[in-house]
Design a protein around this ligand. Structure first.
Ligand SMILES: Cc1cc2nc3c(=O)[nH]c(=O)nc-3n(C[C@H](O)[C@H](O)[C@H](O)COP(=O)(O)OP(=O)(O)OC[C@H]3O[C@@H](n4cnc5c(N)ncnc54)[C@H](O)[C@@H]3O)c2cc1C
Length: 390
C-alpha cells in the first residue's frame, strides 16, 4: 500500500502540472492567485499539516515537511501571495488564537478567500519594533485602532492584517502590546502604495484612523502580545530561509530568488562558462543554494536561514548583473528577459531589510545562539509613556 506521503506527493505534483498547463496571464495576478488556491482547496490538497476541522489535511508535521520538500519547487508563482497568511499569520494563530478565531480565519486562508498582510513596522519603529506607537483603545466589545504602519507588503490586496498595537502605554515598551486580526476592508483603513526602485509597489503605507476590531480578534491575551509577535517573526524568518528557487513558473512577483539553472543559461548565452571568474562565482552560488536546502531541512535557527538566503540572493543577482554587462544597467522594459534580470538585481537589496535586517539577524544569532552578552537596554523597565519620542 502506498504511504500518505507518496500519495499526497503524487497528487500534488500532478495538480501543479495541470495548473502549469492551464496558466494564463489573462486575469489580474490576484484573481489568478485566488482561483488557483480555490482549486487547490477543492482538490483536498491545501494545508497539509492543518487539522481537518479547519479545512486542512491533518497530516503530521514530518509528513507535511516531506511532501513540501518534494513539491515546493513545482509550486506556481501565485503561491507567494499567500506567504504572509499561510507561513506567518496562520501558524501563529494555530499556536495562540482561540478555537473560534481559528475556525473563522483558517479555512478562508487556505481557500484563497483571505489574503493577509503584516502590520508591524511603523515610521518610527522598524528594528526597534517594540517602540511602536499605533494605539488600541478598548470600547465595549471592540478595540479602536489609530496609527500608521509602513512597508506593509501586499496591503493593497489584503483582506486581513495581523497587527500589533500598544494597549498599555503605562507599561514598559515590550509589555502593553497586543496582537489583533484586523479587517482591512473597512473605510477607516487607508492603503497607499509605495513604489520601490524595481518600479513595482510591493509594499504600502497604511493609515488607521479609528479602525475597529472585535475583541474576539485578539491573538493571545491583552497586553501580552510581544512574545507572540516575536514568534510570528520566527515563522517569517524560517519561511524566508526556506524559500525555494523555482524555474518552473518564472515570475517577478514576491521575493522568489533567482533560479540557478537560469543563471547558468545566462552565462552560457553570454559565452562566459569558460571564463574562470564566472565559473568560480557560479560554483559558489550553486554551493550556497545546496547549503540553504540542506540547512533548511536540518531545521536550524530561523535567523541563519534568513541571513543565508539574503546573502545568497545578493551573490546570485550580482553575478547575473556582471554577466549582463552594460545591458544589465540600461535595459528596456519591453525586453522581458532583461527586465526579469534587472528586477532581481534591484529587488535583492530589500531582502536584507524585510523580515528584520541582516544586522538584527546577526544580533539575534550572537545573543540567542552564541550566548554573547545582550545589547544594553537602558529603557527596559521605563513606562512607554515616559520614553522620549519624536
Ligand atoms: C521588501 C520589504 C518588505 C517589507 N515588508 C514588511 C511587511 O510586510 N510588514 C512590516 O511590518 N514590515 C515590512 N518591512 C519592513 C522591515 O521589517 C523593516 O524595514 C526592517 O525591520 C528595518 O526597519 P527600518 O526600515 O525602520 O530600519 P531601521 O530599524 O531604522 O534600521 C536602519 C539601519 O540601522 C541598523 N540597525 C538598527 N538597529 C540596530 C541594532 N540594534 N544593531 C545593529 N544595527 C541596527 C539596521 O540594520 C539598518 O541598517 C519590509 C521591508 C522591506 C524592505
Amino acid at each position: 500500500m502506498t504511504s500518505p506521503v507518496a500519495q499526497f506527493t503524487e497528487r500534488l505534483l500532478s495538480f501543479y502540472d495541470d495548473e502549469r498547463a492551464r496558466r494564463s496571464t489573462d486575469d489580474d495576478p490576484i484573481t489568478r492567485a485566488r482561483n488557483y488556491r480555490q482549486r487547490l482547496f477543492a482538490a483536498g490538497l491545501a494545508g497539509l499539516s492543518i487539522p481537518t476541522d479547519l479545512g486542512g489535511q491533518g497530516l503530521s508535521a514530518n509528513e507535511a515537511a516531506a511532501i513540501t520538500a518534494a513539491c515546493s519547487r513545482h509550486q506556481p508563482p501565485e503561491e507567494s501571495i499567500f506567504g504572509i497568511g499561510l507561513s506567518m499569520a496562520v501558524p501563529t494563530i494555530l499556536e495562540y488564537g482561540s478555537n473560534e478565531l481559528q475556525q473563522r480565519v483558517v479555512p478562508p486562508s487556505l481557500s484563497g478567500d483571505a489574503i493577509w498582510c503584516q502590520l508591524y513596522s511603523e515610521p518610527g519603529a522598524g528594528s526597534d519594533l517594540a517602540g511602536l506607537t499605533t494605539r488600541a483603545v478598548h470600547d465595549g466589545d471592540e478595540w479602536i485602532i489609530t496609527g500608521q504602519k509602513v512597508w506593509t507588503s501586499g496591503a493593497q490586496h489584503s483582506d486581513l492584517g495581523i497587527l500589533i498595537a500598544r494597549t498599555n502605554p503605562d507599561a514598559p515598551k515590550h509589555s502593553g502590546i497586543t496582537m489583533f486580526v484586523i479587517d482591512m476592508r473597512q473605510p477607516a483603513v487607508t492603503v497607499r502604495p509605495l513604489v520601490q526602485m524595481t518600479g513595482v509597489a510591493e509594499f504600502n503605507e497604511v493609515f488607521l484612523d479609528e479602525a475597529r476590531v472585535p475583541h474576539d480578534n485578539i491573538v493571545g491575551t491583552v497586553n501580552e502580545g510581544w512574545p507572540i509577535a516575536v514568534r510570528l517573526l520566527a515563522h517569517e524568518r524560517a519561511s524566508l530561509g526556506r524559500t525555494f528557487t523555482s524555474s518552473k513558473g518564472l515570475s517577478k512577483a514576491g521575493r522568489q530568488p533567482l533560479p540557478f539553472d537560469r543563471l547558468l543559461h545566462r552565462a552560457r548565452s553570454a559565452g562566459l562558462t569558460t571564463d574562470t571568474i564566472t565559473r568560480d562565482e557560479l560554483a559558489s552560488v550553486y554551493i550556497g543554494e545546496k547549503l540553504i536546502g540542506w540547512n533548511a531541512s536540518r531545521g536550524l535557527h530561523p535567523s541563519i536561514g534568513k541571513l543565508w538566503r539574503t546573502i545568497q540572493g545578493r551573490a546570485a543577482a550580482q553575478l547575473a548583473h556582471r554577466i549582463g554587462g552594460p545591458f544589465a544597467a540600461a535595459w528596456e522594459h519591453s525586453d522581458a528577459e532583461a527586465d526579469y534580470w534587472a528586477y532581481h538585481v534591484l529587488n535583492c537589496r530589500g531582502m536584507s531589510l524585510g523580515g528584520g535586517t541582516d544586522e538584527i539577524q546577526r544580533n539575534t544569532l550572537g545573543e540567542r545562539v552564541l550566548d554573547l552578552p545582550r545589547e544594553p537596554m537602558p529603557d527596559k523597565n521605563t513606562p512607554f509613556r515616559d520614553l522620549p519620542h519624536n
